[in-house]
Design a protein around this ligand. Structure first.
Ligand SMILES: C[S@@+](CC[C@H](N)C(=O)[O-])C[C@H]1O[C@@H](n2cnc3c(N)ncnc32)[C@H](O)[C@@H]1O
Length: 303
């Protein structure tokens, strides 16, 4: 129905997330397997969902897919997705209340409010992560420095205050539409290998793992207590060969290590039986100006 389609087109990620794929959507869409349109592919699996830009795109543009499985190892993120899915009414009310209180405070004093919510979020998430905790995470994501997610060794969210003039904290309409879309998705907190259970020869798997660090000092892959280390990258390459042998189609994105080290052959060696395309992307995640500008990203497919 046109009304539904119009509503669906608006949905976009409700969290800003490092590595968000919004700007690569056109390049990714161009490389999606034809089976997504014909119905030969009826299942979508995303083992590193993050902000979910590719999921939202596919869920709204490919109606032959009947099952969606979204996984991430970050418990806070997964709990937040579950709250949006199951309890969007209360979530929006909570977030609107946080937004009203925050914006009513004079700008120099907002930092105290932010730090107080951050402290309560960290206590609450250990005791019992509920819808109100999810509202706090969205609030923190919109008001912290650069929309980053980072935790200390104890697992406490520790990103400093962002001090933006008038951040959009509660996008109520988007949250409601996202919630509708999530009704067809199973959301799971687990290591990426767990997704194998859901994968068969009618599945498309989109993988966007934490990047191999661009430079030895780059530390933004610390999404959760478990860092994604070089062995994990090797484990992932093995996993891709495994799902390939099951007959699934996959597309994997990563930054090109040749951006920093032209002799690095990690992907050429570990993904040699697959197609490796290089595309340009704007890299804005690095807070140093020297880390900005255009860099190459890799899109690897097995079809
Ligand atoms: C680059 S981000 C994904 C970005 C996402 N494509 C987007 O558009 O926002 C990588 C995600 O992988 C998750 N992650 C890290 N290690 C993982 C693991 N072993 N298994 C599953 N997810 C993991 C992180 O929590 C993070 O959300």
């Amino acid at each position: 129905m046109p009304v539904v389609v119009e509503k669906l087109i608006a949905a976009k990620p409700f969290l800003k997330w490092a590595g968000g794929k919004g700007q690569l959507l056109a390049e990714i869409d161009r490389r999606l397997p034809a089976g997504l349109k014909t119905g030969e592919v009826d299942t979508y699996v995303e083992p590193f969902v993050g902000g979910g830009a590719v999921f939202f795109h596919i869920a709204q543009n490919y109606d032959k897919i009947k099952r969606f499985y979204l996984l991430d190892i970050n418990e806070d993120l997964v709990n937040c997705y579950k709250a949006v899915k199951k309890d969007v009414g209360l979530l929006v009310r909570e977030l609107l209340s946080l937004q009203d209180k925050f914006l009513a405070i004079q700008r120099p004093k907002r930092k105290d409010f932010y730090l107080n919510i951050r402290k309560r979020f960290n206590t609450e998430k250990v005791a019992h992560f509920n819808t109100k905790t999810a509202a706090k995470l969205i609030f923190l994501n919109k008001t912290c420095f650069n929309g980053l997610y980072r935790v200390n060794r104890k697992g406490e969210f520790n990103v400093p205050f962002g001090d933006y003039k008038s951040p959009r904290i509660c996008a109520a309409k988007n949250l409601q539409i996202v919630s509708e879309i999530l009704q067809i998705a199973k959301i799971i907190c687990a290591d990426f290998t767990h997704s194998e259970t859901y994968i068969d020869n009618h599945t498309f798997v989109y993988l966007d793992p934490p990047y191999r660090p661009l430079s030895p000092t780059a530390s933004f892959t610390s999404y959760s207590k478990e860092d994604f280390n070089p062995e994990d990258q090797i484990r992932l390459a093995r996993f891709c060969r495994q799902i390939h042998s099951k007959g699934a189609k996959f597309l994997l994105s990563n930054s090109d290590p040749k951006n920093e080290n032209p002799t690095d052959r990690f992907f050429q060696d570990h993904y040699k039986e697959f197609t490796i395309d290089t595309v340009k992307a704007a890299r804005l995640i690095n807070c140093k100006a020297s880390g900005r500008g255009q860099i190459n990203e890799l899109l690897i497919t097995n079809y």
